[in-house]
Every structure is written in structure tokens, then in C-alpha cells.
Design a protein around this ligand. Structure first.
Ligand SMILES: Nc1ncnc2c1ncn2[C@@H]1O[C@H](COP(=O)(O)OP(=O)(O)OP(=O)(O)O)[C@@H](O)[C@H]1O
Ligand SMILES: [Mg+2]
Length: 285
């Protein structure tokens, strides 16, 4: 067994022990699927990310936390190809990633939601979620025009999958409602639906519970856990609510001023003095 595999096995054992102690069935956290190696990202004179390395393992819920401006959203933007780091390497499913555009990365099975909701406000819930299927659509405009039978069959299948997501997220009642008319918490749920429509292997969520009341947060937590459990989706999420992070994350990486100051299980991170000094000891909105 390699050192890496031995470490992974040890980590697995500690997850299982922790979860057993809490009376929870051990989750099937697997091998490393994504590795960020020594990532540095600069915007002119601002260094948003300084030499950060961390990995994400199959089927886990990996949280990224840290104060405002720490570089969390920038890191998600690096993962999904919106930003290109000046230094460092990204490995996904055992392969080093070359320069790729966001839509190519989406094709690899990485989808995301945004810190500021990115939906078409005038379009219905159903149509917004349908846009999430774009990366999976085989037929284009010309095929839709001249290859009616095949394109229609494909369309029916896409609609069926979208309806499944609508059922899963319990938003049947708003399927025809223009998204701009929905309360904020529901818009966040629709955005999750749009990301799920792409059937991602790795789902990136940028503050999925920000601005929500307690009940909405509980719902969102349940949906995230269900996605992780039922679809086996690996999840990497940014969240400020420490109660939520401690409850649902398998491992947590902590950023501060673009640097990594902690990385480990929720318990490890919670007792890390650097993390307490920089983040946990102070209040956050
Ligand atoms: N497109 C950009 N151009 C210039 N600077 C940027 C850009 N995006 C981010 N930054 C800077 O990079 C740093 C990290 O920002 P980022 O948005 O990643 O932080 P964050 O941890 O997500 O913060 P928050 O909790 O407030 O969302 C900040 O100093 C920010 O001003
Ligand atoms: Mg952010």
C-alpha cells in the first residue's frame, strides 16, 4: 500500500469511527478525485490565493470556510475554469488538467451554484432548470430543425429528468413561476436544481444557505445530504454558518487572506488554534 493509500485508509477509519460514535451509518468516502496543488492566483497586485493545496475525495462533502475576502469563491472559480491560476496544478480523476474553458470543465461533470444567484429571472423554474441540461444535449439547433424525431425524443428525455429534479427538490408548486417572483430561499433551491440538471459528479456550491432563515437552511441541508447520498455526488461547498459546516462536512479546508490555515475533519479544524484566532473566535454575518 502506498503512503497516500495508507493515509487515506487511516482517514477512512477515523470517519467511520466518528460516525459510528454519533450513531450515523458510515459514509462511503472514497479515493481522491480532485487535487489542487500549490495554486496561486493573482489579480494584478492582489494575490487572492497563495500556494494552496488540498484534495477532494469521492463522495465526500468538503467545506471551504474562512473570513470575507479569504479567497473561497476564487478557489471555486479556479476549479470550474472561470479563473486560471498563475501557478500550480489541478488534477481531476488522475489526470493533470491542461488549460480548459468552463464549458469543457462542465463536460467533465463539474457543476456549480453562485454566491449571487445566477438564474434567468423572467424564465420559469422549469425552464431555468432545463438550461442546466445544456451540456448534456446532443442535438443542436440544426438537428432540431431537420432531424425532428431524434431531437424530440431527446427533448422528452431531458424534460423527464428535469421533472424528476423538480420532484426531488419539492418545488412542483412553482414549476411555472418566473424565478424573479420567488422568495430568495426558493431561488437558491432552483439554482441547485439547475446545477443538478447537469448530473454532475462534482458539485460546487458557493454559500448555498446565505441569507436563508433557519427553516430554509434546514431544508437546504437536507437536500445537500440527499444529493450526496442518493446520487453519490461529491460536493465542495463554501459556507459561513459553522453549525451547518460542522454538521454536514466530512472535511473542512480553512482559508485566510488567500492562505490555507487549516485542513481536516470538523473536530480537528474546530480545535486548531490558528483557525480559532482567524475565524472561529470572531463573529461573522
Ligand atoms: N475578478 C477579480 N478581480 C480582482 N480581484 C478579485 C477578483 N475576484 C476576487 N478578487 C479579490 O480576491 C480576494 C478574494 O476574493 P473572494 O471573492 O475569492 O473571497 P471570498 O473568500 O469568497 O469572500 P466572501 O466571503 O466575501 O465571499 C479579494 O481580495 C477580492 O477582492
Ligand atoms: Mg465568496
Amino acid at each position: 500500500m502506498s503512503i497516500h493509500a495508507a493515509e487515506a485508509a487511516k482517514d477512512d477509519a477515523s470517519y467511520a469511527a466518528q460516525e459510528e460514535a454519533h450513531g450515523i451509518e458510515p459514509r462511503r468516502v472514497g479515493d481522491v478525485v480532485m487535487e489542487m496543488k500549490n495554486i496561486t492566483l493573482r489579480f494584478g497586485g492582489v494575490t487572492a490565493i497563495k500556494d494552496i493545496s488540498f484534495d477532494v475525495r469521492e463522495h465526500e462533502i468538503r467545506a471551504i470556510i474562512g473570513p470575507n475576502g479569504a479567497g473561497k469563491s476564487s478557489m471555486l472559480n479556479v476549479i470550474n475554469g472561470f479563473y486560471h491560476p498563475q501557478e500550480g496544478e489541478i488534477w481531476f480523476r488522475g489526470e493533470k488538467r491542461g488549460p480548459m474553458r468552463p464549458h469543457e470543465i462542465a463536460h467533465q461533470g463539474i457543476a456549480r451554484t453562485f454566491q449571487n444567484i445566477a438564474l434567468f429571472k423572467g424564465m420559469s423554474t422549469l425552464d431555468n432548470i432545463m438550461t442546466g441540461r445544456m451540456t448534456l444535449m446532443k442535438s443542436n439547433f440544426w438537428q432540431h430543425t431537420f432531424w425532428k424525431g431524434g431531437a424530440e425524443r431527446e427533448e422528452v428525455e431531458h424534460r423527464r429528468r428535469v421533472e424528476e429534479i423538480i420532484d426531488f427538490l419539492e418545488i412542483q408548486a412553482i414549476r411555472k413561476t418566473p424565478v424573479g417572483r420567488l422568495p430568495y430561499g426558493l431561488q437558491k433551491r432552483v439554482e441547485l436544481g439547475r446545477a443538478l440538471a447537469a448530473e454532475p459528479k462534482l458539485l460546487l456550491l458557493d454559500e448555498p444557505m446565505a441569507g436563508m432563515n433557519v427553516e430554509e437552511k434546514e431544508d437546504m441541508c437536507r437536500f445537500i445530504l440527499d444529493v450526496n447520498d442518493e446520487f453519490g455526488t461529491t460536493i465542495c461547498l463554501i459556507e459561513h454558518d459553522m453549525g451547518v459546516v460542522m454538521d454536514i462536512a466530512d472535511r473542512v479546508v480553512v482559508l485566510d487572506y488567500g492562505r490555507k490555515i487549516g485542513d481536516g475533519t470538523p473536530d480537528e479544524v474546530r480545535s486548531n488554534q490558528d483557525v480559532i484566532d482567524a475565524y472561529l473566535g470572531v463573529s461573522h454575518d
